[in-house]
Design a protein around this ligand. Sequence first.
Ligand code: HEM
Length: 506
Amino acid sequence: MYVLLCVVIVLIIRACYNISCAMRKQRRIEKIVMKNFPGPELKFFFGNALDFVGNKGILEVLLDYKSKFGDIVYTRVGPTANALIISDSHFMCAILQPRRNLTKGHVYTFTENWLGDGLLTAPAELWEKKRKLLTPAFDFHQLMDFISVFDKQCDILIEKLIDQAPVDSINIHSLISLCSLDIICETAMGVSIGAQRNQNMEYVGAVREMCRIIADRSRSVFKSMKPFYVLTEDYLSEKKCVEILHRYTDRVIEQKRTERKNKKPVVKKRQMINKRHISNLLEILLDYSDKEKGLSEKEIKDEVHTFMFAGHDTVTAAVSFFIYEIAKHVNVQDELYNEQQRIFGESEVNKAMQEEHIFQMKLLDLAIKESLRLYPPVPVFTRKVTNEFRYDGKLIPEGINLTLFIYGMHRNSKYYEEPNTFKFRRFANGLMLPPGGFVPFLPFSNGSRNCIGQKFALWEMKVMLSKLIRQFEFRPAEPEHILDLRAEVVLTSKNGINVKVIRRQK
Ligand code: HEM
């Protein structure tokens, strides 16, 4: 008992010492930054944390800061979690210049039990080697090979929707998430898991809960500090979720290993295309682990956890919000349907997708861009400055977190007319560039740590949307469904993304 008490006292003293060191550093940062950038009044210890109390989501609070203080705002949650909230495209592009600001912000540490040091969260010094290793898994030739998988999995999605249509209100997000989970497993991992057929909601449910917990930690003083967080219910919930998520991904790795051992791959293992030897992501990881000084078991798992999450949840959000928006714009939907008929012919309603079709869908391309502008699946992401730099003559000190508020920039009236309206030809004549020519459109980020799966995502979206538009008409749900948008790592709607679905007459 006496020993335990001593341990607790030592831990408390150590925590107090760490906090006081961090606060000293923080005061120096604040002295520099607050001279140059406005922000809401900071309360003792809490900073701006009280602004998030109640049911207020991150989006709501950040939009409020933006409207009161402008496009670059200084805030702090608790004693040390500082951030410049940025909705200015010029500053964002300066931050994301190639090879600059490769270190992710402090909130990414909240994912460590789940994603470890996978590519998305990896510290800068580990990142480069991983990125080089994994980039070939998403090259053009590999993607061409994936189209048939996108197509096949979308056929199952269509079957599921046909079973339900006509339906006045259905949460399209749930169905799409299982389809995109099947797709990422069968493409990047080369393993079929049958999530749609088995209605396996456990994995996607755990992803949603983890995203909620991470978002909650980022706006709470106490949950953001580990010693307090471990005393909360969310900590227990996180443990359960991580167990589910890891069990699921471990099974994927196991299945792949067994296939390799038996040398009877269920899905085509490797192919020669244009005399190039190509492998999927998991093949690359396992091949590399066999080498001397190759990847450890944990490194392989971290990547599989990362890609299964990053590769399915973002696309699900993008496709679901797209459908919600075209359900409200019947004229747009008609134009998109006509384009599909021009490409596939009137009678070939479910014709399989080929590579050349992807490039013919010009209107769908425009509509996807506009939908990604209004609903960027990654609405906010952050970097931590490790080498101070100057922006517009102002010092951006080491240790500050830079929050790139993509949702805020995409809906900034400085860059877009009627920024909250879905105008599907908005990008028809290219982008309206502000002075300096920096593009205020960054759904996939930019620079060295941009999205590795950008092309994969756009092709997958096109296949899914082309097939859905050819088969169904979407209308606003009855009764009316108003989105409750939240930035929970990935953009989501707390009350679902509901639409009415009617099967097209043949
Ligand atoms: C519409 C769909 C998608 C959107 C909007 C999107 C957006 C983004 C954004 C904004 C980032 C940068 C995040 C940051 O800096 O913290 C990112 C990184 C990343 N994305 Fe995506 N993504 C999408 C789909 C995908 C897919 C399909 C995959 C995998 C197949 C993927 C894998 C990744 C990975 C691994 C990273 C980290 C890259 C690195 O740090 O080198 N994403 N994505």
